[in-house]
Design a protein around this ligand. Structure first.
Ligand SMILES: *Cc1c(COP(=O)(O)O)cnc(C)c1O
Length: 217
């Protein structure tokens, strides 16, 4: 099937389970430019990449597209990306926040970020443990050039998605707790990938990051 059909299938599956407006980030990290182009030609503009270089190359190829940085971000690369991403999904440490703040101030742009949380505590995954997030949110309050829009997580890979439903529930609960503690602006929940996005939406996702279901055929 064409990538465009795949994309519309994802959209339709989402529409069947919710009336909420869910943002689909088409994750193009393994996609050919010609496949990205098929979506682009049909007006799809929101893409995600986990590597800075690839994202910057694709941005140049597809003008007016909006890019999300979904992969872990090295501090030394921050200077290259300020002003170029709609949203950074992977803010997970103090020195990264400091660098984003510094470079955003230099360029006078507000950088939208999500705080990445490692709910499952798998060692291979980056992100804060949920117990650390409140302190990190307080730490970020002093940063004038960083706008924290919500939280992001990745669920462990599993053959049985029900096993990871708790990951999405926990992130949604954490969001509610933080909102109750005064962080009213963290309205976004980026959770759910090809394997598990419908479940993530059932648990409150507002953004899903879909790669293989769109780009494989
Ligand atoms: C690759 C990637 C995705 C998309 O994964 P699929 O399983 O291909 O949908 C989503 N989020 C992150 C952080 C990724 O690195």
């Amino acid at each position: 099937m064409s990538v465009l059909t795949n994309y519309y299938n994802v959209e339709n599956k989402i529409k069947k389970i919710t009336q909420r407006n869910i943002q689909i980030v088409a994750v193009s990290k393994y996609a050919k430019d010609s496949d990205v182009n098929s979506l682009y030609q049909s007006g799809i503009r929101i893409f995600g990449e986990n590597r800075v270089e690839n994202a910057l190359n694709k941005q140049a190829t597809f003008p007016d597209s909006h890019w999300h940085m979904i992969g872990s971000l090295q501090t030394r690369k921050v200077k290259d990306i300020i002003g170029k991403f709609k949203l950074i999904h992977s803010l997970d440490r103090e020195n990264l926040a400091q660098e984003i703040e510094k470079r955003s101030e230099q360029k006078e742009v507000i950088t939208n970020c999500l705080v990445q949380v490692n709910i499952s505590k798998e060692e291979s995954k980056s992100g804060l443990h949920k117990e650390e997030v409140l302190d990190f949110m307080k730490y970020l309050e002093d940063f004038k050039w960083i706008n924290v829009k919500g939280l992001m997580t990745m669920a462990p890979f599993t053959d049985n998605p029900e096993e990871v439903r708790y990951v999405f529930k926990d992130l949604a609960n954490l969001q509610r707790e933080l909102i109750n503690k005064g962080f009213a602006n963290i309205t976004e929940l980026s959770m759910g990938m090809s394997n598990d996005y419908l479940m993530a939406i059932e648990e409150g996702a507002t953004i899903v990051r879909i790669g293989s279901e769109i780009f494989s055929n």
